[in-house]
Design a protein around this ligand. Structure first.
Ligand SMILES: Nc1ncnc2c1ncn2[C@@H]1O[C@H](COP(=O)(O)OP(=O)(O)O)[C@@H](O)[C@H]1O
Ligand SMILES: [Mg+2]
Length: 276
């Protein structure tokens, strides 16, 4: 069976600069693939290309092969825009870094989650959608979800807002979740809680996930395989354990060395990345 999504020779250009050079990677059904690299290495551009969310100024070449529920392979790069729009949110869901900007500040969170459910199930009555939304909020452990249904985004903490976005991403039981630095804006304790929640939901639903972070240690906690990007090229790929314990490329080693641990000698400056 072909992979769920298969990027072949993907190239992305913004004006005169090529941000992603020619990368190929595939994600199987139920698999978590980690995509790691320093800021500007092309992680978000690669991720946004899959559901067709790059700005119109981007030039994308190659193939993005998607296996449909019926088992056919289609190239999302040449998929009609309205069909792609239907795929987004229903089969491919995204979780971004900034939960505040991704939520509508003037709409109650219950209403926003219910709207997500209804967008792809127009036969839902308002009551059905509300019931689904409550279930989804309970699934991501929003305390007292029923009482907080009518509250607004600013009344929740950053970690709770990220939980709400995860509820919105998962409510339509997508086949692929793209999580782009979903924990980067959160403090370390909350980051660990969100990571544990994502891992739990991923296992419970057998979700395929593209998990993006600049932090190889974070990726190591959720992904089974990892792709290391540098300056728009893949420099290393392999099972996450192998890449963490025996990194082959000096850039991967520097990504690991740049992560402070409890054993880091804090009297020394942190290792810096090799310039691209
Ligand atoms: N909308 C855009 N317009 C112009 N350049 C962009 C745009 N988005 C990304 N880039 C450039 O593409 C490169 C990769 O960016 P990005 O994929 O956002 O990196 P990452 O997510 O790894 O930090 C960077 O050099 C960035 O400046
Ligand atoms: Mg990014």
């Amino acid at each position: 069976m072909p992979p769920l999504v298969d990027l072949r020779d993907l190239r992305i250009r913004f004006g005169a600069t090529e941000a992603v050079h020619s990368i190929s990677l595939a994600i199987d059904e139920g698999e978590v693939l980690g995509l790691v690299g320093e800021s500007g290495s092309g992680k978000s551009a690669t991720a946004l290309a899959i559901p067709g969310l790059l700005p119109p100024t981007a030039r994308v070449k190659g193939c993005i092969l998607w296996r449909t529920a019926e088992g056919a392979q289609i190239d999302l790069l040449h998929h009609p825009p309205d069909a792609l729009r239907r795929l987004r949110g229903r089969e491919i869901a995204m979780v971004f870094q900034e939960p505040m900007t991704a939520l509508n500040p003037v709409m109650s969170i219950g209403h926003q989650v219910a709207e997500c459910a209804q967008a792809h199930a127009p036969s839902f009555t308002g009551r059905d959608a509300k019931r689904r939304a409550l279930q989804a909020l309970e699934q991501v452990a929003i305390p007292d979800a029923a009482r907080r249904y009518a509250d607004y985004p600013h009344q929740f903490s950053g970690g709770q807002r990220q939980r709400i976005l995860i509820a919105m991403a998962l409510i339509n039981q997508p086949r692929l979740v793209i999580a782009d630095e979903p924990t980067t804006a959160l403090d370390v304790t909350v980051q660990a809680q969100i990571l544990a929640l994502l891992a739990k939901l991923q296992r419970a639903h057998g979700l395929a996930m593209l998990f993006i972070s600049h932090d190889l240690a974070v990726v190591g906690q959720i992904a089974s395989r990892v792709v290391v990007l540098r300056g728009g090229n893949i420099v290393e790929t392999g099972p996450v354990r192998t890449v963490l314990t025996r990194p082959q490329h000096p850039y991967t080693r520097s990504l690991l060395a740049a992560v402070p641990t409890l054993r880091t000698d804090r009297s020394q400056p942190l290792a810096t990345l090799h310039p691209a």
